[in-house]
Ligand binder design. Sequence first.
Ligand code: F1P
Length: 311
Amino acid sequence: MSRTAEEIATQPTCWRRAAEAAASFTAGLPRPGERVAVTGCGTSWFMAIAYAALREAAGQGETDAFASSEFPSSRAYDRVVAITRSGTTTEVLDVLAAVRGKVPTLALTADPKTPVMDAADAVAVLDWADEESVVQTRFATTALAFLRAALGPVAGVKPVAEAAVDAELAVTEPLPEAVLAAEQWTFLGRGWTYGLALEAGLKMREAAGAWTEAYPAMEYRHGPIAITGPGRVTWVFGELPEGLAGEVARVGGTLHAHATADPAADPMTDPMTDPMADLIRAQRLAVALAEAKGLDPDRPRNLTRSVILSS
Ligand code: F1P
């Protein structure tokens, strides 16, 4: 078994630990009402996007997410939250340096021996979720689980402890054959699950060199549906928009979805599965596809653990 697959399987335990850690961590977390910017690169950026939407859904204040390379440092925020597993990513450190002394910052990292420790005002060290894998799986979802748990109850979103129960199934349940056999995958989500859709697409590209796309779910009918057809998958994180199952069926695509009230839907997974647990299925799909292509998921093509730019 690849190291990546082993790390994917530990996510239920990591999420439970993240919920415990969030309960006792106070220094530097966004406070209700604050205007917050969340930032990161790659996978960490997509977790930032998911958290930003979740925080707004919780009614805790305006929250924007930016790729660190595009961070608008002239804008006024009450707090900046940076996510970086490695603690060394140049663009993330640059954002923290640019706002230093002007805006309080919190960083989430897996490695306490890195420059981010001094670059941020407060740091949540989730080192027990660090990974040997280059492609991120458990650190990313654990960082999101930590921030999600810190928000407290959010309408329509399960507590992290319940998501961890769904994750137990997601790490073991066989993946649907039609999804494994497909040639193309389009990932969709609304609200906080759009960030998960972006991450699923990236994971499949990083680990398996797969052709993936990702969109806000309601954008799918505005063009992206043109890609769907026989042997191609439309995968919806979170609630399936009304009528979408019928549209996918009309063009001959395969739907992977859950959490639906749409009678036309043919859900392939547990209707109540937490979207983060469904992301685990996409991570496992990425590993399975890589292995089927003879690629080593632990050595993804063209990638390194962290991108450190020379100045
Ligand atoms: C961010 C990141 C990873 C990606 C790649 C390059 O790293 O973009 O998500 O998989 O390995 O770096 P980090 O800032 O979270 O360490």
